[in-house]
Design a protein around this ligand. Structure first.
Ligand code: KIV
Ligand code: ZN
Length: 389
């Protein structure tokens, strides 16, 4: 069975950048965009051009600096937004305008203060207008996660007829359960006329911690594009994390999906984004967290030293991390102590290990972590001056 290719739409520079306090300037955005291109993403959403002169400039500069991925600019279903987005994308080799409108009853009634009929009219007008500038137009149905499926199907059908090439189904509020989101995609595949003409895209937020699970459910039921961000950054609890969905597809071969991502660059790009945006990565973050390949309990360390795969399902080298880390703590056993001692230049005999281990535990109880300097000092004190004297 051949794998289904999944397109990776990176929105780090648009939805990701909506994190309070982590706005990037044009130069920084271009630097990140260049690394996203090297990473192999299919689409870079560079910004929301009408929102500020800075965002306009960033989308324009990214369009000039990056040539392989599609460059996308966001707009509301408003003529001026679309016109400005088209202008910002003027120099892009592969431009895409991303336009759309809220479709859930709560958005229609309270935010847009309009009717379902008018939403369909505005969707059609926006897509048609965007089409007058570029061939590739993505339509988003904001809050699709909470939109009635029958109405959503009608809106999407109209967007396809108007010329949309990609249909984005955002779970804007991160509300859906994975099965519910998967069923929504399935329903759309089965009920929207002309759906085969467009790419169906997931866009999941992480308010309940389900963004990754929902995106995977989406592709299992027929979506072929995932919208995501590096480190999962984004509004409120963030977006789907790029590194997570990519590694799920890579590690779970039975899913039969593939992407164009060079996974060996994941750690590098994660650090770059974290540093540029001044948003630290939580240590236990899957794939790119500092502890993702660190082992501190004796039982795990013993296993990993004997065979890495006993406690690791990913080879750290595959995501650009040099090595698994053995962290010496009061939970470490003799195997880890011997292993780390050898790394700092002391090949201990069994008797030496037995003696040193007792002193090591006393030290480890005092300190959270025994680092290489502490260990070297402990070994020198005991062996060079003591045991071996
Ligand atoms: O979450 C969302 O609905 C969005 C759209 C603007 C695509 O980010
Ligand atoms: Zn979003």
């Amino acid at each position: 069975m051949t794998n289904q290719r999944i397109f990776i739409f990176d929105t780090t520079l648009r939805d990701g950048e909506q994190v309070p306090g982590c706005k990037l300037n044009t130069e920084q955005k271009v630097e990140v965009a260049r690394e996203l291109e090297r990473l192999g993403v299919d689409v870079i959403e560079g910004g929301f051009p009408v929102s500020s002169p800075g965002d306009f400039k960033s989308v324009r500069e990214i369009s000039l600096a990056v040539s392989n991925p599609i460059i996308c600019g966001l707009s509301r279903a408003v003529e001026n937004d679309i016109k400005v987005a088209a202008d910002a994308l003027k120099y892009a080799r592969h431009p895409r305008i991303h336009t759309g409108i809220g479709t859930s009853d709560i958005h229609i009634k309270y935010k847009l203060r309009t009717t379902r009929e008018k939403i369909i009219e505005r969707a059609i007008a926006a897509v048609k207008y965007a089409k007058s500038f570029v061939e590739d137009v993505e339509f988003y149905a904001e809050d699709a996660g909470r939109t009635d499926n029958e109405f959503l199907a009608k809106v999407l059908e109209a967007a396809i007829l108007a010329g949309a090439t990609v249909l984005n189904i955002p779970d804007t509020t991160g509300y859906c359960l994975p099965q519910e989101y998967g069923d929504k995609i399935k329903y759309l595949k089965e009920n929207v006329k002309g759906i085969h003409k467009a790419i169906l895209s997931t866009h999941c937020h992480n308010d309940l911690g389900l963004a990754t699970a929902n995106s995977i459910a989406g592709i299992q039921y027929g979506a072929t594009q995932i919208e995501c961000t590096i480190n999962g950054i984004g509004e409120r609890a963030g977006n789907t994390s790029l590194e997570e969905v990519v590694m799920i597809m890579r590690q779970q071969e039975s899913l039969n999906f593939e992407t164009n991502i060079n996974t060996k660059l994941l750690n590098h790009v994660s650090r770059l984004v974290s540093e540029k945006m001044s948003v630290p990565v939580q240590p236990n973050k899957a794939i790119v967290g500092a502890n993702a390949f660190a082992h501190s309990s004796g039982i795990h360390q013993d296993g990993v030293i004997k065979k890495r795969e006993t406690y690791e399902i990913i080879n750290p080298a595959d995501v650009g991390v040099d090595n698994s880390a053995i962290i010496l703590t009061a939970r470490s056993g003799r195997a880890a102590l011997a292993y780390k001692s050898k790394q700092v230049g002391f090949d201990l005999t069994k008797d030496e290990l037995d003696i040193i281990y007792q002193d090591f535990l006393v030290l480890a109880d005092q300190k959270k972590e025994v680092n290489e300097m502490d260990l070297t000092k402990l070994l020198e004190t005991n062996l060079v001056q003591g045991l071996r004297a």
